[in-house]
Ligand binder design. Structure first.
Ligand SMILES: O=P(O)(O)O[C@@H]1[C@@H](OP(=O)(O)O)[C@H](OP(=O)(O)O)[C@H](O)[C@H](OP(=O)(O)O)[C@H]1OP(=O)(O)O
Ligand SMILES: Nc1ncnc2c1ncn2[C@@H]1O[C@H](COP(=O)(O)OP(=O)(O)O)[C@@H](O)[C@H]1O
Ligand SMILES: [Mg+2]
Ligand SMILES: [Mg+2]
Length: 353
């Protein structure tokens, strides 16, 4: 039995939604709670609008997945029961609530574990796993730009930059990523003295010329999807020697317009090799303990295969990822499937948290 084809009538849909068995990709029938897979979500209204689009909810319903809003102010145990909890809300208290819920409800998959997410909310630690990975193979190398953390005294910046031997220009990024607009207010500095006007805590990162194009690699469990976006233009040696000061720059890469159809130099626009990205995503998924994230990756201009990861985002704007509704619903089903396999004693590749 193939459950819930997209073309079936509403009547059939309703009837099947109340069934207690669902056949999943692996070819076995899996008992489920009445009503299918229940996914509780705790998201901001902005996120609900961009992520829970009608096309996602519609396809999910057809596949037996039901999204249910979580009330942050009521005990989680009184809500649901959920098979999966999706969340992206800030606050220490909320983190604790989720952590407690994970302990008391090991049968529920909480995406992702709050502790694991914390690492990518701090730019001092965000790229650490990429650096430790030291990925280099026949397809290319993947590193991170050199960076320096300034916790307090802005007057110490010129000296600290000199001592660390960082090369200008530098990108100044707020240390903590907390979902606020301020945490995305970045600046480009042509000289280290001007950086004294910025407010720590921040990270100073070497700017890497990359031809004005970046790649966003969206990860949803084992699936990855890569898109091109516009980025900051290169800074020439001449510009560097004639310019001074720090310049705020807008969120270029967040623009809805993708660079996919633009007439670009193929050496700049060519997507990074798929096997390299697959390996990078697989390793990061494991090392970070996250299943929902994306990375901003750039190719050093003038090279074919030297890449830098500059940003990692937890539960990014999946609504902008092509075919996200198919990828996401398949992923949700695969979670329930592997949990069932685990229950009946079959080995699973990755332990579920
Ligand atoms: O809102 P969107 O769709 O632009 O998504 C934002 C992401 O855009 P992207 O998918 O990478 O293009 C965005 O990615 P960038 O940091 O801009 O690369 C962040 O993940 C942002 O979350 P937060 O403000 O850091 O908590 C994301 O914001 P939230 O939707 O999580 O609020
Ligand atoms: N080290 C870098 N070299 C070149 N460009 C960078 C670098 N860091 C950031 N950028 C540019 O700035 C943008 C925003 O930086 P990012 O670290 O992704 O912050 P955010 O979390 O706000 O997206 C990037 O998408 C890219 O265009
Ligand atoms: Mg970014
Ligand atoms: Mg980011």
């Amino acid at each position: 039995m193939r459950l819930l084809e997209e073309t079936q009538s509403e009547e059939e849909e309703e009837r099947e939604e109340t069934m207690v068995a669902q056949k999943l990709g692996g070819g076995f029938t899996q008992p489920m709670t009445k009503g299918g897979v229940v996914v509780g979500y705790a998201l901001t209204s902005k996120k609900i609008k961009s992520f829970l689009q009608p096309k996602l909810e519609g396809l999910a319903r057809n596949k037996g997945i039901l999204f249910v809003a979580i009330d942050q102010h009521r005990p989680l145990s009184d809500q649901g029961p959920f098979d999966i909890v999706l969340h992206k809300l800030s606050g220490k208290e909320w983190r604790q609530i989720l952590e407690d819920y994970r302990q008391t409800h090991p049968e529920v998959t909480v995406l992702d574990p709050p502790d694991a997410i914390q690492q990518v909310y701090n730019r001092q630690f965000m790229l650490q796993e990429v650096a430790d990975l030291n990925l280099s193979d026949a397809y290319g190398t993947v590193g991170v730009p050199r960076q320096l953390v300034i916790k307090k005294d802005p007057a110490s910046i010129p000296d600290a930059v000199n001592k660390a031997g960082l090369r200008l220009p530098l990108v100044a990024k707020p240390l903590v990523v907390d979902g606020s607009a301020k945490s995305h207010e970045l600046s480009l500095a042509y000289d280290q003295y001007s950086l004294q006007i910025l407010e720590p805590p921040l990270v100073l990162q070497e700017f890497v010329n990359h031809g004005g194009v970046l790649f966003k690699v969206y990860v949803v469990g084992e699936a990855i999807k890569v898109v091109r976006r516009f980025s900051l233009p290169d800074v020439s040696k001449r510009e560097l020697s004639t310019n001074a000061g720090v310049f705020r720059f807008p969120r270029v890469s967040c623009a809805a317009a993708s660079a996919d159809d633009a007439d670009l130099d193929p050496g700049i626009a060519e997507l990074p090799p798929r096997p390299l990205l697959e390996r990078l995503a697989r390793e990061l998924r494991r090392r970070l303990g996250l299943r929902l994230f994306n990375l901003d990756i750039i190719r050093e201009h003038g090279t074919r295969d030297r890449f830098y990861v500059i940003d990692i985002n937890y539960f990014p704007g999946y609504g902008k990822m092509p075919e996200y509704e198919h990828i996401f619903t398949d992923f949700l089903l695969s979670l329930v499937q592997s949990k069932y396999k685990k229950r009946v004693g079959k080995p699973v590749e990755e332990p579920l948290r």
